[in-house]
Design a binder for this molecule. Sequence first.
Ligand code: FMN
Length: 240
Amino acid sequence: MEPEEAIFTRRSVRSYLPEKLDDGTMEKIEGWIRDAKRLTSDPFEYDYLGPEEIKTLMKWRAPHYLAVYSKDDMMSGVNVGFVFQQVDLMMQSNGLGSCWLGMAKPAAPKSHGRLKWGVSMSFGKPDGYPEVDKGADRKPLSEISDVADPRLEPARLAPSAVNSQTWHFKKNGDGFDLYYKPKVLKIPGITYWNYNDLGICLAHLYVSHPDTFAFERDGRDEKRYVGTVRIRRSERTYLK
Ligand SMILES: Cc1cc2nc3c(=O)[nH]c(=O)nc-3n(C[C@H](O)[C@H](O)[C@H](O)COP(=O)(O)O)c2cc1C
């Protein structure tokens, strides 16, 4: 399966076989992270951890975790979401399971200079696969945008922390301005994970329109403005 198809089929996997992935697969994953497009130049670093190195209240464990470190400003969180959602789609299109995890910290965070742990991702061989509902639990296009443009369908299907979908698009010429539309949720850390979510939905637009995707931030003084994204229909997309 191609990564753009995984946009429509992927689900968070919370049930894994305990066995570790082989070295070749781990090297492939490292390559997917290295080759993923960056949205900004904001720095991030990551560690691979085993289940014994993770602190979480969740009852299930995966054989592997990525722990990602960055600064905590909006664009740093957006960049982390953008990069690691490309990795999530690569994993899921190659038969691996994965799940973004805010609620799974490294038990002993490693030193990464000024960068702090922000989010984790579990991965491994799935033990069964959650039923695909093709996004029925997502907001309709008309709720995430002022214009229900079908080019935004991959963004609509993006995963987000507690499925909060705190993104909103406004048509701007041939592109869309993306805004952060926070929900009031009393979850410590949720703002950073919402920043990840914004990058995750941009990653779905990039992976579905790799040849035409363009992102820029103009200098407008609006706190919740993330940036302007331009995508054109490309021949091989979901709209055929
Ligand atoms: C930034 C982020 C943090 C998340 N944190 C958790 C978590 O701590 N625990 C969990 O079970 N799922 C977590 N999720 C998974 C979401 O609950 C899930 O993506 C969402 O409900 C949509 O479901 P789907 O991924 O199966 O499409 C997180 C997702 C994102 C994007």
